[in-house]
Write a protein that binds this ligand. Structure first.
Ligand code: ATP
Length: 530
């Protein structure tokens, strides 16, 4: 049994080194020392995510609650803590906090939090809070943890990454690799009703860029602006999962009803986008999100909207895993099973003119643009790459809000100026690339202020530092080099275009991606590279 103290001591030790290689070795040694049933939870704590995404669990306690509990404890802690908590004990209490729901749940959550904190030493509490607020440095970088799991299990990093595609949880991957070894890890595959992370797209600026990247021919599909859905069906039962792997079946009865006849006879996993519609026209996602009061309301709002489903991929059919089949073949299978009505609009093109015309049609019909797909590409769950290239009308990136300033004048009383950060994948840290107060309505400022205060970590003068959790889509006019920000880059004329409740902070734009875009903008604007 491993104590929580051992975990904190270990973290302290790892944080002393800046060498990635040493971190990997230390982590691997630590993982090997754990009992079998501790591996998954230790890795989740180290990754700062605590619960698997597919579990639908989140702690649901903000900084204010923690402060409140800490205050009462400081007053009543007469004796030093007595017993040593194991990591399992700590995790069980965290689960209890997360599972407290409904009436009286606030009190229950506080009670469990109090008993957890009372059982820990000062130093352990500090680490626990850093875990809760996603501030454990080594943890933020998935790459380091995956490498450590490979090292600890003698599996190759490719085997580990592949298993991660199907399991979507670092803890589960670590447990499978370390307890079952190479044979076990190679048996990991897609399971019905266990969602996998969706494949993602990189950015391209034009149809010709996509054509060049894809070898002169590509399939363009409309890019629908809605909610990514992954639909699993087996023995007549259907479940629908969101991009963040939450089960949203009950929120999208329209979709289930619409598709059930087509897929019910199969064991099947299909991937697509559900959009809101009004008459024949798509309702932009921004308009849906504008109505959302709380994160969990995003999916309930779907229940009130007429939805339309567009499918664009198939991952599994009647016992056969299809992810390694080329896109071209997967499309044929999908078309055969679901028929034209549910398919994303698509055109295979080999000329720029043809492609641009199709792109314009998508825009004219109220969609976001197109996604270009390489005909021979495999489906890589959770990966963002050039096999899929999205082409949109405007440049946007996804940032996380790491701090906010109190407004003045008309915005007095609101946290209205937001520090926007991207993810530095190498260090696992979020790095600021700009600030903006543009894009939100008064009601949204008010709501955002409430949410940010729940995430408050500290406050100095008029700047409130927050737990990096709220993801926003940001439009900008240009990316510039910046001596002011450590990231080295700054967004010019940044403006929030929407809040991305469907994304977690580790899915945002990375600093490397931003540097890529920085360089690319000079390819488009010839001659002004500096
Ligand atoms: P964005 O903010 O541009 O929607 P994202 O970060 O949510 O991007 P990306 O993978 O970068 O996700 O862009 C592709 C997204 O576009 C998918 O996640 C999906 O939700 C949506 N989409 C709409 N139509 C398609 C399509 N035909 N093929 C693939 N994805 C599509």
């Amino acid at each position: 049994m491993t104590s929580f103290k051992e975990l904190t001591d270990f973290l302290k030790n790892v944080e002393k080194t800046s060498s990635k290689k040493t971190k990997v070795i230390l982590l691997a040694e630590f993982l090997k020392r754990l009992d079998k049933n501790e591996i998954a939870i230790a890795v989740r704590l180290l990754s700062g995510k605590i619960f698997p995404e597919y579990s639908n669990l989140s702690l649901g306690v903000g900084w204010a609650t923690i402060q409140k509990v800490l205050k009462t404890i400081n007053v009543c802690r007469l004796f030093p803590y007595q017993m040593e908590m194991s990591i399992k004990d700590v995790y069980t209490l965290l689960e209890k906090i997360a599972k407290a729901k409904g009436e009286g749940s606030r009190t229950k959550k506080e009670m469990y939090l109090r008993s957890l904190i009372l059982s820990l030493s000062r130093e352990e509490i500090d680490f626990l809070l850093r875990i809760i607020f996603g501030e454990v440095r080594i943890g933020a970088s998935e790459g380091i943890l995956l490498e450590a799991v490979a090292e600890a299990s003698n599996c190759t990093i490719e085997e580990i990454r592949r298993a991660y595609m199907f399991l979507s949880d670092l803890g589960d991957v670590a447990e499978a690799a370390i307890t079952r070894g190479r044979i076990g890890i190679n048996q990991v595959s897609l399971k019905l009703f266990r969602p996998v992370k969706p494949m993602l797209a990189d950015m391209a600026y034009s149809v010709s860029e996509a054509l060049k990247e894809h070898g002169g021919i590509t399939a363009l599909e409309y890019k629908y602006d809605g909610i990514r859905v992954q639909i699993h069906s087996k023995s007549g039962k259907i479940k629908v999962f969101s991009r963040r792997l939450s089960n949203i079946t009950d929120n999208v009865p329209d979709i289930v009803r619409a598709i059930e006849d087509k897929i019910k006879g199969h064991d099947i996993v299909v991937d697509g986008e559900a959009i809101g519609t009004k008459g024949d026209k798509p309702v932009p996602f921004q308009d849906i999100v504008r109505r959302v009061q709380r994160k969990n309301d995003l999916f309930s709002i779907l229940r009130e909207l007429p939805l339309r489903l567009y499918l664009f991929d198939i991952l599994f059919l009647d016992g056969k895993l299809l992810v390694d089949e080329p896109y071209r073949k997967r499309w044929e299978i999908l078309e055969r099973i679901v028929g034209e009505d549910f398919l994303a609009k698509r055109l295979v093109v080999s000329s720029r003119n043809e492609g641009e015309k199709f792109f314009q049609e998508a825009i004219n019909e109220g969609h976001e643009g197109v996604v270009a797909k390489k005909l021979d590409s495999v489906y890589e769950p959770g990966c963002r790459g050039k096999k899929w290239l999205k082409i949109k009308e405007f440049d946007t990136i996804d940032c996380v809000i790491v701090a906010a300033e109190w407004g003045h004048g008309r915005r007095t009383g609101w946290l209205s100026d937001y520090y926007l950060a991207v993810l530095n994948e190498e260090t696992g840290e979020f790095e600021v690339v700009g600030k903006t107060f543009k894009g939100l309505t008064d009601r949204e400022f008010e709501e955002m202020t409430k949410r940010l205060l729940e995430l408050r970590i500290s406050e100095r003068e008029y700047v409130v530092k927050v737990k990096p959790q709220i993801v926003v889509e940001v439009a900008y006019s240009e990316i510039q080099k910046s001596p002011k920000y450590r990231s080295g880059l700054a967004l010019r004329f940044a403006r929030i275009t929407r809040i991305r409740w469907d994304k977690n902070p580790y899915e945002i734009t990375t600093l490397n991606e931003l540097w890529d875009r920085y360089r690319k903008q000079f390819e488009r604007k010839a001659g002004i590279n500096t």
